[in-house]
Design a protein around this ligand. Structure first.
Ligand SMILES: Nc1ncnc2c1ncn2[C@@H]1O[C@H](COP(=O)(O)OP(=O)(O)OP(=O)(O)O)[C@@H](O)[C@H]1O
Ligand SMILES: [Mg+2]
Length: 314
């Protein structure tokens, strides 16, 4: 089979992820097929996620994000098409689903609903214990994972998960996934429903995980600001299809396309577009506040020195 990465639909991603850890080939998923409640959640999605990539998946409510990412660890099987994870084709009977689950750790949307043990330490230990590790290794992993998410194991380990703040509970859930030492971490809206402090805690942790552990991360998010700040590539889903798959900077310079789909553009991009519409010829592919400040200053300096023909005020 010829590699999908060379597809003309995704020319820009071909070299970066030739070594795909997750590959979806023409994947569709239909819930309750053949009943009056039939719902086509994902349609004809082809995409490859390379080792070490940090990919953001965005799209309006109901666009199929959660459905798609649940295919990444074999929790859902495609109605048609193929999903290949770590070389295992999941549509094949006898596929090694355990290997896939060990490779890809998935944090569900609202994961705190799945915290159920009496203590934080026991909760984080649940996964590694199921892997059949001995108690010493399990304990080591619990300590390691709690530290990674910024929770002191001595202080938080013995506490009840239900005595924690929303952000802390979320971090315990992430530690539970990390304790399995997955090569790929899939986070389905990890900041949903958290206050700004909790959101910041989680995203800072994700960013440092990425820097320190070099794992592949797939982040499903609602906030364009978060994705713009963190991810290298974004995949936009719209009505179950891939509407855009591009490096982040390129994606946000397609602001009109994003607005058409009903998505916000990051506030920084929005500001630059407005300035441009108002006659200041700034570049619109800057993503952070610092980059935007530099760009505006540069453009104004160029304008003041008459260096910009577009302004027509020389
Ligand atoms: N278990 C299910 N049974 C039937 N239909 C479902 C089920 N789960 C999701 N759907 C439908 O599939 C579509 C995609 O849902 P999905 O949850 O994947 O979207 P999403 O992009 O994750 O949305 P959100 O941003 O709200 O989390 C929606 O129309 C939804 O109603
Ligand atoms: Mg969802």
């Amino acid at each position: 089979m010829s590699p999908r990465a060379a597809s003309p639909d995704h020319p820009e991603i071909a070299p970066a992820n030739a070594d795909a850890v997750i590959a979806c080939e023409d994947v569709s998923h239909v819930y309750q097929a053949g009943t009056p409640l039939e719902s086509v959640a994902v349609q004809g999605v082809s995409l490859r996620i390379g080792r070490g990539e940090f990919v953001g998946i965005v799209g309006p409510t109901g666009s199929g994000k959660s459905t798609l990412v649940q295919h990444f660890n074999g929790l859902l099987r495609p109605t048609s098409g193929r999903v290949i994870v770590a070389g295992e084709s999941l549509d094949r009977r006898g596929a090694d689903v355990r290997k896939v689950r060990r490779t890809v750790g998935l944090l569900f949307q609202y994961p705190e609903h799945q915290l159920f043990e009496e203590t934080v330490a026991r909760d984080v230990a649940f996964g590694p214990r199921n892997l059949g590790l001995d108690e010493e290794d399990v304990e080591e992993r619990v300590t390691w994972a709690l530290r990674l998410v910024g929770l002191d194991p001595e202080r938080f380990g013995p506490r009840s998960p239900f005595s924690l703040s929303g952000g802390e509970m979320r971090r315990v859930a992430i530690a539970g996934v990390l304790a399995m030492k997955p090569a790929v971490l899939v986070l389905d809206e990890p900041t949903a429903g958290l206050d700004p402090v909790g959101r910041r805690e989680i995203l800072d942790r994700v960013q440092s995980l990425r820097a320190e552990q070099k794992i592949t991360i797939v982040l499903v998010a609602h906030s364009m600001d978060d994705v713009a700040r963190l991810c290298e590539r974004i995949v936009v889903l719209h009505q179950g299809r891939v509407a855009l798959d591009a490096p982040t900077r390129a994606a946000f310079s397609a602001a009109d396309r994003l607005r058409e789909i009903g998505l916000d553009v990051p506030r920084v991009s929005d500001l630059l577009w407005r300035l441009r519409a108002g006659g200041l010829p700034v570049r619109t592919d800057r993503l952070t506040v610092a980059e935007a400040v530099d760009e505006i200053a540069r453009t104004m300096r160029a304008g003041a020195s008459g260096g910009r023909r577009e302004r027509g005020d020389a």
